[in-house]
Write a protein that binds this ligand. Structure first.
Ligand code: SF4
Length: 558
């Protein structure tokens, strides 16, 4: 169908109103404001796929205040929301029924001076600061396609609204616009769909090791009084993750008898039944965890992927007309499991680069490559360099990983092997038979009975994420070949999508046209936008695209 689209011209387009994109916009406004009129305020537009800034922002979360202190020195006076100042820290190794506390805490696990926050509240507050600084934020507007003209990024085509499942316009149809800009900043979070297009069309990931991911699953609970101390922070590793897989749990006191509990599972698992939600529910059954949460009430749920590959997996972050920041570029300290401050710092470095580009009127790679140079001498790069081999050090299992992490602390990040080559996460998955032969029947996911009071099935959890999508819209999960799903994948991998998705979007149901056989059925309206399926599907036939604006989770206290 030939659709007529409106073209809108802005100076600077930011995709994603998260900590990175908002820090970019706010800092650019600061730089222009202090330029004494040398540079006039450009038109900065931030588009955000959630119904409001923060609706899709989800994290643990502990904030290292290094970046907010630079960006808004009086952030406390300006009302930055936080749940608690960080209190007692502890790190445990778990076995199935026991816990062993680390007698000393490695420096990266210290949280003195940090804040326990709800990222969605923090993001909403940061968006208010940005709007007060003349930044235009358009929520409910997703970016669908990166516009590339003669090799230069020219902006973004936004998502169509009001089209039915077959793609026909409904009464409220509004075709997406062509939002053209001198420079586009991709700040769309982990494994963004436009960033993926930049990888494919602009070759920004060439010569880098593949990005590696965890899927983090979290609930927020109302717990009986006195179970956690003020601002208490607990991290765990070990059970329920087998020793050859990567992952761990966390528990944070949020005050007012609220606590966050989560579990992060590596997606570089050989197990085709790897299920981060299941592991999270197992983690909650550990006696140490039960003592804290039993008798409480689950309030909220969410899931996201986490880019863990580190410095060597970060793409070239600039191109003609383009900068990539935050989680989209892999700004995450894998050892500390913290990325908010790094996303913000990347936004500020990008703002300084664009400010110089505005002065020269030059938005080509020649001008924007200074983002890379600024990063090279930044605190963010220094921090990431020290943990550059952390995640890859665990490729040979937990014990080697722990020894490697210790060696990295002594050698300034080198460890045993610097810049270890690795495969993308999906390539680690073994076919079900191979996995059973090498790891045994006990290593696959078992049936777990959820009581829906203390442990929850995926659908009950999804309900607590506030996720909503318009049902009658074109699918936002594109499966290129259902025949592979219903036949080849069933035989080879046992349909891992039904396990790895934390929102029960993928189910194998009886195929009435083939008695005794199953077929894949999708419920895209459950999707919490974590992107796990786009990352780890072994055949690479699932593509996640942005649904109609405003669709997705509506996170609260997350
Ligand atoms: Fe995550 Fe994909 Fe499931 Fe959506 S469908 S919740 S993106 S795994």
């Amino acid at each position: 169908m030939d659709i007529k689209r409106e073209t809108l011209e802005v100076d600077i387009l930011v995709v994603g109103a998260g900590p990175g994109g908002l820090s970019f916009a706010y800092h650019l406004a600061q730089l222009v404001g202090s330029s004494g009129g040398e540079v006039s305020m450009p038109e900065v537009v931030v588009i955000e796929k959630g119904t409001y800034p923060g609706a899709h922002s989800f994290s643990g979360a502990i904030l290292d205040p290094r970046a907010i202190r630079k960006l808004i020195p009086d952030f406390l006076e300006k009302g930055m929301p936080y749940e608690k100042k960080a209190g007692k820290d502890s790190l445990y190794f778990l076995t199935e029924g026991k816990q062993f506390r680390f007698p000393f805490l490695p420096a990266p696990f210290h949280n003195d001076g940090n804040y326990i926050i709800s990222l969605n509240k923090f993001t909403a507050w940061l968006s208010e600061q940005a709007e007060a600084a003349q930044v235009n934020i358009f929520p409910g507007t997703g970016g669908f396609e990166l516009l590339i003209e003669d090799g230069t990024v020219a902006g973004v085509r936004t998502v169509d609204l009001g089209f039915d499942k077959e793609g026909n316009p409904k009464d409220n149809a509004e075709p997406g616009s062509l939002l053209k800009a001198k420079v586009t900043i991709l700040a769309e979070g982990v494994h963004g769909s436009l960033t993926k297009q930049a990888y494919e069309k602009l070759g920004i990931g060439r010569e880098k090791i593949p990005q590696q991911y965890l899927t983090g699953v979290k609930e927020v609970w109302d717990i009986p009084a006195g179970r956690l101390s003020d601002g208490e922070i607990v991290h765990t590793f070990g059970w329920p993750q087998p020793h050859h897989e990567y992952g761990g749990g966390f528990i944070y006191d949020m005050g007012d008898n609220m606590a966050a509990i989560g579990y992060c599972a590596g997606l570089n698992s050989p197990n085709p039944t790897n299920d981060p939600h299941y592991k999270f529910q197992q983690f909650k059954r550990h006696p140490m965890v039960r003592r804290i949460f039993e008798g409480g009430k689950m309030l909220h749920y969410g899931a996201k992927t986490i880019p863990e590959g580190g410095l060597y997996a970060m793409p070239r972050m600039y191109h003609d007309g383009l900068l990539i920041i935050g989680d989209s570029a892999g700004f995450l300290n894998s050892m500390r499991l913290k990325g908010i401050h790094l996303a913000m710092e990347s936004g500020m470095l990008a703002a300084e680069t664009v400010f110089e580009a505005l002065k020269k009127g030059d938005f080509t790679s020649d001008a924007l490559k200074w983002f890379g140079s600024r990063f090279e001498t930044s605190a963010a790069r220094n921090e990431l360099h020290r943990v550059r081999n952390f995640h890859s050090g665990f490729e040979d299992g937990l014990l080697v990983g722990l020894m490697s992490a210790g060696m990295q602390m002594i050698t300034g990040g080198f460890g045993f092997v610097d810049r270890r080559q690795t495969q993308p996460d999906y390539a680690h998955m073994l076919k079900l038979n191979e996995y059973l032969i090498t790891k045994g029947q006990d290593a696959v996911k078992k049936n777990m009975k959820f009581d829906n009071e203390y442990t929850f099935d995926k659908l009950t959890d999804v309900y607590r994420s506030g996720t909503k999508h318009e049902e009658d819209q074109p699918p936002h999960l594109l499966v290129a070949d259902y025949d592979i799903c219903n036949n080849t994948c069933t035989e080879e991998y046992g349909n891992p999508c039904q396990h790895f998705c934390p929102a029960q979007v993928y189910e194998m149901v009886d195929d009435e046209s083939r008695p005794g056989k199953k077929r894949l059925q999708l419920t895209p309206s459950n999707c919490v936008h974590c992107k796990t399926c786009d990352i780890v599907d072994p055949y690479k036939i699932i593509t996640w695209v942005v649904p109609e604006g405003g669709g997705g989770p509506n996170y609260t206290n997350c």
